[in-house]
Design a protein around this ligand. Structure first.
Ligand code: BDR
Ligand code: CA
Length: 314
């Protein structure tokens, strides 16, 4: 039985690789894709999403554009990480698909209404669309199996000392999601900073041959070069870990924690505060990934590219 999912992201190099993994995974059934601004403007992330789905031959999957801005705070983008387009690097095919009318929340609501079995949401950007969905359609919560997200970090941030980028882009949305009572799996920096790709890993991707392998290897190399310049030894490929939390949880080490979102604060806005010692006296609301079998992670992504390459050739 495959797990139904809706992918929601801001592609973004690692979002793109997460989607490569999701569409290759035999255990997942991708019902729809939605976009949010973050790594670049909403217009750019939506354009990138259309190009990625075209590249993967997934033009029959409904795709919708998300919220134009975060709930409360001003929009923020990250051209220093992903380039001006949000997905700088290799040339991509022009989109052979359009977006659905009505937008992300309407698409998510329709897919949830129509489904017989609950669907997992997999956000790999700011949580704006998911928060609006929960506010606008509380009656659909029983149709949501859970939320497997990339965001946050119990031990540290990356955009500020305390906050990880996706949570910082829309802290109020994150608060709504973490207080939703839905099953949450959090792939934050605690695990994704260990989910690193090294040159020998993207060489393996390139060696598969063909257009997709070249593009994914170039994305990985682009990400690696950025991170090397700021002192990393490898590129933390964050977003696919949120997919792995559903398809291959056995390669993760997790800890159940009560997690709260700081929405104000002088230094810590956007922080994911994990109650490591149970001081808040609350039951855990989040399964937080803390460790990963890095080699198994690399193998999964290499195999996903090989699987797409076989499919596209047949
Ligand atoms: C997250 O921020 C974005 O730059 C990445 O796509 C990832 O989702 C990592 O902090
Ligand atoms: Ca992302």
């Amino acid at each position: 039985m495959s797990i139904p999912v809706i992918l929601d992201g801001d592609p973004g190099h690692d979002d793109a690789i997460a989607w490569v993994l999701a569409f290759a995974a035999k255990g997942l059934d991708v019902r729809g894709v939605t976009t949010v601004g973050g790594n670049s403007s909403l217009a750019n992330t939506t354009y990138n999403a259309r190009r990625i789905l075209t590249l993967l031959g997934a033009t029959d999957i409904p795709l919708a554009q998300g919220a134009t801005r975060p709930l409360v705070v001003e929009p923020m983008i990250a051209p220093s990480v992903h380039g001006e387009s949000g997905l700088d690097g290799p040339a991509l095919p022009e989109p052979e698909m359009d977006v659905q009318p009505g937008g992300a929340v309407e698409l998510m609501a329709r897919l949830l209404r129509e489904t017989a079995e609950p669907i997992w949401l997999v956000p790999t950007g700011a949580l704006t669309n998911v928060a609006i969905l929960l506010l606008a359609h509380p009656e659909l919560k029983p149709k949501i199996a859970g939320i497997s997200l990339m965001g946050g970090g119990i031990q540290s941030g990356n955009w500020t000392p305390a906050a990880e980028f996706n949570i910082l882009v829309d802290p109020q949305a994150a608060q709504i999601v973490f207080e939703s009572g839905l099953p949450l799996r959090m792939a934050g920096l605690d695990v994704t900073e260990k989910a690193c790709f090294l040159p020998q890993d993207f060489d393996r991707v390139r060696a598969i041959g063909g257009q997709l392998a070249e593009i994914v290897a170039d994305w990985l190399e682009f990400f690696f070069e950025f991170h090397r310049e700021i002192g990393y030894e490898g590129a933390p490929v964050h977003d696919p870990v949120a997919i792995v939390a559903l398809t291959n949880p056995e390669i993760l080490q997790t800890r159940d924690l009560y997690v709260q979102i700081e929405t104000a604060g002088q230094y810590a806005c956007g922080a994911t505060i994990g109650d490591w010692y149970g001081s808040a006296g609350q039951p855990p609301n989040t399964q937080v990934a803390m460790g990963i079998d890095r080699q198994a992670y690399v193998d999964l992504i290499v195999e996903a590219v090989a699987e797409h390459t076989r499919r596209l050739a047949s």
